[in-house]
Design a protein around this ligand. Structure first.
Ligand code: APR
Ligand code: ZN
Ligand code: ZN
Length: 361
């Protein structure tokens, strides 16, 4: 039977979000209903509310979540009721040209639940990133549920569903950071600090954190940065070069999403090094670089979408590292909040006070 639960809804552009009763249908073929235990507040939720993603209001926000599968629809074999799962927004299709070439982490045709969750009056909801987890229950495609060790804390595990995975993946998957590498991370919010952690996991010898906020730099140090640069007061390109024998870093990860920081990343990189753009730019942004420098400096300019993660490969592995004490996911949970507090959390995010606020159910 369809269930009625409370969820956080963005009704119109810029309007404060509010809690409303929503209807969650029973799972159909290939679908699952998940009882959400924790869901982090991500920038993308705010972008939805601001109308920055598309105009398909009303949105059911929340997409960085962990919970327990409550029921599954016909034909679902990958998860069963009772499984502890992290929700992902990369349920791969197995059929597209990326999947068929053995690169499912780039799947071009990921899927979500086919049925719609609705408001009490029947209005169809658009769930954020096809998830919609600021709700006690949510309906997703079974492939969006990735089973992990149930001993992990839901608040920490849920973070792998989006921002923290993006940062770790930018370092280990896209940047292919290796043992002994030098790495610079520009912008040390939730995503950049996760890149610091990823670089450390991968065995980087030098990890240079760059930010305009000393508070963020202190956090980066706590997570494994070996050097910090405040780019408000110090030229970050010169500083990174100085710290790397005059050469620049092997891998520079841009986790802000702005032209000026991208340019810093480009020039703070050693010859034949790699730039990874994981920060998300806005449509009007442009970069201008001497094409001769693009050519002459060699190497790779890459972007990282969701940390180029493959959830079925990366989530269980990272949760195992977390359980072994080798990956401090708890450090990213700045505060736990109630469902009613999402609007306040947006405010705190805006002021840069938190790595992550996490709604607990
Ligand atoms: N130079 C260096 N650091 C900067 C600059 C700048 N010009 N401008 C902002 N920052 C820093 C902020 O001080 C902050 O620490 O970048 C960090 C951004 O962090 P958050 O706002 O917490 O954002 P986060 O969740 O980490 O996401 C970063 O990745 O996924 C994308 O959409 C997301 O584009 C965003 C980026
Ligand atoms: Zn595919
Ligand atoms: Zn997100």
């Amino acid at each position: 039977m369809a269930q009625q639960v409370q969820g956080v809804i963005a009704r119109a552009k810029g309007e404060p979000v509010r809690i409303e009763t929503i209807t969650v249908p029973d799972p159909g073929p290939g679908e699952a209903v998940v009882k959400v235990q924790a869901c982090g507040v991500c920038h993308t939720d705010l972008h939805y509310r601001e109308g920055g993603i598309n105009d398909d209001f009303p949105f059911l926000l929340g997409h960085e979540a962990a919970g327990v599968v409550q029921s599954v629809g016909e034909g679902v074999t990958e998860v069963a009721p009772g499984d502890f799962v992290i929700l992902n927004w990369r349920a791969v299709c197995g059929q597209c040209r990326a999947c068929l070439r053995g690169r499912p982490q780039y799947c071009f045709d990921t899927h979500n639940a086919k049925q719609k969750m609705t408001l009490a009056d029947g209005t169809e909801l658009s769930p954020a990133l096809g998830i919609g987890a600021f709700a006690e229950k949510t309906l997703v495609a079974a492939g969006q549920c990735t089973k992990v060790d149930p001993e992990a804390s839901p608040a920490a595990a849920g973070l792998l569903g989006c921002g923290v995975m993006a940062g770790i993946g930018a370092a280990i998957n896209t940047g292919e950071v290796g043992r002994g590498d030098s790495v610079a991370v520009i912008g040390c919010g939730g995503v950049g600090n996760a890149a610091v952690v990823g670089a450390r996991l991968a065995g980087a010898a030098k990890i240079i954190a760059v930010d305009i906020d000393d508070k963020k730099l202190r956090t980066a140090e706590g997570l494994g940065a070996t050097h910090t640069v405040n780019s408000r007061t110090t030229d970050p390109v010169e500083a990174v070069r100085e710290l790397t024998g005059g050469n620049g870093a092997d891998v520079v990860i841009e986790a802000v999403g702005r032209p000026e920081t991208y340019e810093q990343a480009f020039y703070a990189r050693d010859l034949a090094g790699t730039v990874v753009l994981v920060g998300v730019p806005t449509p009007e942004m442009r970069i201008e670089l001497p094409l001769l420098d693009v050519f002459g400096r060699g190497g790779a300019l890459k972007s990282s979408w969701y940390g180029d993660c493959l959830p079925s490969r990366d989530f269980p592995m990272l949760i195992d590292l977390y359980r072994q004490g080798r990956l401090d996911l708890d450090a990213f949970v700045t505060e736990t909040i109630a469902l009613e507090d999402v609007e306040k959390a947006f405010e705190r995010m805006h002021h840069g006070d938190v790595l992550r606020s996490v709604v607990m159910f």
